[in-house]
Design a protein around this ligand. Structure first.
Ligand code: SF4
Length: 345
């Protein structure tokens, strides 16, 4: 599977940066390479349904990502389901690492995983060119962790994976913890200590209505303000400035300078105004927003024989129609047409 170097692509018509009708520049692509998952987290996969969508060939993801990169994408994050379940993920990373952005820079390559298969893949992924990894982890004690994942023995496996990823140099290593009141909000203070002890950046995420079932309610959300207050009672925090406008997390260091946490607050402090993301689903559909009600069949056009310029034009038109924002908690709010496990983070 060889990547088509950009010069080999048919005559390329330079395009202005990929922007939507709200003037936001889109430079961040999230690609789900499978909707299969080896965990059954209680707030995500509440149903019995397994994978529901087909997967493309690894070379087909590469082909479509190349087109996005030729339009100005600079960051690519591989997601799932659980992306490390996909055979060929290391090769995909290697090929993506060969691509260059429009200004000749390597892509910023990241991956989000539940960590279960990461211990043995951390070194090969790093060697292939992966820059960063984010591990989804919703508790810092084994009993609570395994109650959430519904996979016995998973806690120690993930802990070993986190340490292997850090040893492999996949940094900064981020931990994403989705907080649900009454489920794991008792883990907040423990996670703050974990961030300092394990030298990882723990990011707390407000629970969004993206689950398979009907678990979400405003009351189950633990808002940013409360998370910061609770940690600050034992470990005073200092807010850090954002590194870029489209950064989703509010960042904090501890008053003694040891460690960092973040809070991603899409419900209580939405950040849609600076959104720079679009997504590609495991079956090749473009989702312009996590909460999109419609999808755009890019892969269908590729399979129908569209050439690179036609695919680019389709992406540009599709991104123009990107939603302004989500409407969580508002009258008439509709859950997206797919749940999170079938979209990818
Ligand atoms: S909800 Fe949609 S518009 Fe808002 S930040 Fe997420 S993807 Fe962007």
């Amino acid at each position: 599977m060889a990547s088509t170097s950009l010069s080999a692509l048919p005559a390329f018509v330079p395009h202005p940066p990929l922007t939507d009708s709200h003037g936001r520049v889109i430079h961040d692509l999230r690609v789900s390479i499978t909707d299969r998952c080896n965990y059954k987290c209680v707030y995500c996969r509440t149903g019995e349904a397994g994978a529901q969508y087909p997967e493309l060939g690894i070379d087909e993801y590469l082909r479509l990502i190349e087109i996005f990169v030729s339009l100005g994408i600079t960051k690519v994050r591989l997601t799932g389901g659980e992306p490390l379940l996909r055979r060929g993920v290391v090769e995909l990373v290697r090929e993506l690492a060969r691509l260059r952005t429009l200004d000749g820079q390597p892509l910023d390559l990241a991956l989000t995983t539940n960590g279960h298969l990461l211990e043995s893949l951390a070194e090969p992924l790093k060697a292939a060119g992966l820059n960063r990894v984010t591990v989804s982890m919703d508790a810092v004690d084994a009993a609570a962790f395994e109650r959430i994942t519904r996979v016995p023995g998973s806690f120690s496996v993930v802990l070993k994976s986190i340490r292997a990823a850090r040893a492999a140099g996949l940094a900064p290593l981020k931990i994403n913890c989705v907080l649900l009141r009454g489920f794991n909000d008792d883990q907040i203070e423990g996670f703050a200590r974990f961030a300092r002890h394990e030298d990882v950046v723990v990011r707390f995420i407000e629970f969004m209505p993206l689950e398979e079932g009907r678990l979400w309610s405003p009351e189950i959300v633990v808002p940013l303000r409360e998370i910061v207050e609770r940690i600050g009672q034992t470990l005073p925090l200092v807010e850090l400035p954002p590194r870029e406008a489209s950064e989703t997390a509010r960042r904090y260091t501890f008053a003694d300078g040891v460690g960092e946490i973040g809070v991603i607050a899409p419900v209580s402090q939405a950040f849609c105004g600076a959104c720079s993301r679009v997504r590609l689903t495991s079956d090749g559909k473009i989702r312009t927003c996590l909460f999109s009600q419609v999808e755009h069949d890019l892969y269908g056009r590729l399979r129908a024989g569209a050439n690179s310029e036609e695919l680019r034009a389709y992406i540009v038109r599709t991104v123009q129609g990107k939603e302004a924002r989500h409407h969580i908690g508002e009258p008439g709010f509709l859950k997206p047409s797919r749940s999170m496990v079938h979209i990818g983070g």
